[in-house]
Design a protein around this ligand. Structure first.
Ligand code: TYM
Length: 332
């Protein structure tokens, strides 16, 4: 069975983008893979986090994953900082990756913004840590949203250069799994920008803990254009907001853009938005109820994470020890 690894940052309540682009696919992939799901707190501190909020967000993110159907017994869920192998391998990868590769990363450019000199060094080497996350487990498949594509290409470049530099075939190639009609969920206020936890406008996103009234209001206010819905998917060209809302509907209903248009072609956005809000509420309400249930029992969440970390370490430690031997460290 192929091993899967993926991660999510504990930096606030996950959005519909995280859910449709990642978590929902993770749940489905559990049926026929060995999966390792990581709450990446080391990545979170590449930008300032209040320590107490980070602890809370790590538990909240875990609660959401469990509420969505991540299975912590058949698979592994753990916080990144609890398995030392990630940071150890990341250091080796810092010495493999070239500055030029990192400078090309669009996410660094976006996140660092204009004040690049003031970004943390951690933010710059962030993709090396991501590569270490995956390669520490010899994972071969990585389900992510479209925004992580470039980071996974870099993870493959790093593995190839490591293998080449040390004359080995140690780290396998990884296959990105970028799945479904919602691999890139866009902001509800601007169909050309990614839906993100860090967008200053809460109206731009659906949070997984939004209540039904909030969801209905955000969808009603979501930006659209004045045209009716087109007859077919080709008619979505140049209409980013319409494409985005249809993609969300399609992902939730288990169909594609064309499938949604079979029901809504030629209509206005009013009826479609009502149906979309109802579908979102139907799918998300059980998740937020189950998240609250988990959050009432912090000890149970911590037990899941502790057990996951111990099992993750038994896989990662020997792999990273071997990488250290290959680079020439004494094994005393
Ligand atoms: P993060 O925490 O930003 O996002 C977690 C997952 O959600 C996906 N995602 C989206 N998908 C579709 N539309 C959106 N608007 C949207 N926003 C987020 C992301 O693509 C991601 O799959 N660096 C990663 C976490 C990470 C990781 C890893 C992933 C750390 N180590 C190793 C894979 C393998 C991140 O910040 O994800």
């Amino acid at each position: 069975m192929q091993r899967i690894f993926s991660g999510i940052q504990p930096s606030g309540i996950p959005t519909l983008g995280n859910y449709l682009g990642a978590i929902r696919n993770w749940v489905a992939l559990q049926a026929d893979h060995d999966c390792i799901w990581c709450v990446v707190d080391l990545h979170a501190i590449t930008v300032w986090q209040d320590p107490e909020s980070l602890r809370r967000a790590t538990r909240e993110m875990t609660a959401v994953l469990l509420a969505c159907g991540i299975d912590p017994e058949a698979h592994i869920v753990f916080p990144q900082s609890a398995v030392r192998a990630h940071a150890q391998l990341a250091w080796i990868f810092n010495c493999i990756a070239r500055l030029g590769w990192l400078t090309r990363m669009t996410q660094f450019k976006d996140k660092a913004g204009k004040d690049r000199e003031n970004a943390s060094a951690g933010l710059y080497v962030y993709p090396n840590l991501m590569a270490a996350d995956i390669h520490a487990y010899h994972a071969t498949r990585v389900p992510v949203g479209d925004d992580q594509r470039q980071h996974l290409e870099l993870a493959n470049d790093i593995a190839q250069k490591f293998n080449h530099d040390y004359g080995v075939d140690f780290f396998p190639a990884i296959e990105p799994l970028i799945l479904g009609p919602a691999a890139r969920v866009m902001s509800l206020r601007d169909g050309t920008r990614k839906m993100s936890k860090s967008d200053p406008s809460d109206q731009s996103r659906i949070n997984l803990n939004d209540d039904p009234d909030t969801i209905a209001l955000k969808i009603r206010r979501a930006k659209t254009d004045p045209e009716p819905l087109p007859a077919d998917a080709a008619g979505l060209e140049g209409r980013p907001e319409a494409r985005n809302l249809l993609g969300i509907y399609a992902a939730l209903a288990g169909t594609d853009h064309a499938g949604v248009l079979r029901d809504f072609a030629g209509g206005g956005f009013g009826r479609f938005k009502e149906a979309l809000a109802a579908l979102l509420i139907e799918k998300l309400s059980p998740i937020s109820a189950e998240t609250r249930r988990w959050l009432d029992d912090e000890a149970a969440i911590d037990a899941v994470l502790r057990d996951g970390a111990a099992r993750a370490a038994t896989i990662a430690d020997p792999i990273v020890r071997e990488a250290e031997r290959l680079v020439g460290f004494l094994r005393l």
